[in-house]
Design a protein around this ligand. Structure first.
Ligand SMILES: *Cc1c(COP(=O)(O)O)cnc(C)c1O
Length: 279
């Protein structure tokens, strides 16, 4: 690619204004989450299938687990136990965060597990009310409508969001383009209408190749990684790209409720990301 088309490409992908991501998207897709490999003399990322890690100081490890349970901050050194974190899954999380232009990402066993964790984070803060715009993916609609996690939903159109927000509103949720109708919403306008309430944008159908909702004001970017991120029909997974503060809370919920992603799935997703821009 000559320098003019490189510039056009980078501009198209928003890379001239993403401070944390100076590389072009297609470059990030093959390098993010793998930057240490060459130093280690590796090409393919290792798959760490450990559920537990060697224990040398049980009191210290108990303290690290307690610290993780209360802050969700990633522990230094080995994860102690597979429900706290996994190095292979962390590579996928790093890569997806780079592609979405967010500080962090937290992966789950499915897209629905990821959405559940977001709702639980907010409910645990006493913010059970959700404002949502239809159409949403069928099971997301079902989860909110049935109130299975104790949430209460108000359905509205984008123009009605500001009016629907209450003091106990913990989340505004939209999906754009929606599955399967491809209905779209103006994310920037919606983010503005949310005020201080976090906006969750389900970006499953667009993927970060076509749209990065965090740049438009969404605090949370949800993916069913089962779809395009995986891309080969052999992985179920979900992921939320967000700021580090929200990521810590999501890790706390993931640790306490157990919706972790299997390391092999983490590997397959990282492999899927490599071809996402060409697909
Ligand atoms: C599939 C899908 C989900 C749910 O994800 P699972 O991985 O099936 O749990 C959520 N949102 C959208 C847009 C989807 O297509």
């Amino acid at each position: 690619m000559d320098s003019a088309s490189r510039e056009a490409y980078d501009g198209m992908h928003g890379y001239d204004d993403v401070r944390t991501a100076p590389r072009a998207l297609a470059t990030e897709a093959v390098h993010a989450g793998r930057d240490d490999l060459a130093r280690q003399g590796l090409h393919a990322p290792p798959i760490d299938l450990s559920t537990t890690y060697p224990s040398y100081d049980s009191r210290g490890e108990a303290a690290r687990i307690d610290a993780f349970a209360t802050t969700g901050a990633e522990p230094d050194g080995p994860p102690v136990y597979g429900r706290l974190g996994n190095p292979t899954v962390a590579r996928f999380e790093t890569a997806l965060a780079r592609l979405e232009g967010t500080e962090a990402a937290v992966a789950f066993a499915s897209g629905m597990a990821a959405l559940s964790a977001v709702l639980l984070v907010r409910a645990s803060m006493g913010l059970r009310h959700v404002v949502a715009v239809r159409p949403l993916y069928g099971c997301s609609d079902h989860l909110l409508t049935a109130g299975l996690l104790g949430s209460e939903v108000t359905w509205t159109d984008p123009a009605g969001i500001a009016e629907a927000v209450r003091p106990d509103t913990g989340l505004v949720m939209v999906e754009s383009p929606a599955n399967p109708t491809l209905a779209e919403v103006d994310l920037r306008a919606v983010a503005h209408a949310c005020g201080s309430v976090p906006l969750l944008a389900d970006n499953t159908f667009a993927t970060p190749v076509l749209q990065r909702p965090a740049e438009q004001g969404a605090r949370l970017v949800l993916h069913s990684a089962t779809k395009y991120l995986g891309g080969h029909g052999d992985v179920m997974a979900g992921v939320v790209a967000c700021d580090e503060e929200f990521a810590g809370r999501l890790r706390q919920i993931r640790f306490a409720t157990g919706g972790v992603l299997h390391p092999l799935a983490g590997y397959l997703l990282l492999r899927g990301l490599a071809t996402l821009p060409v697909r």
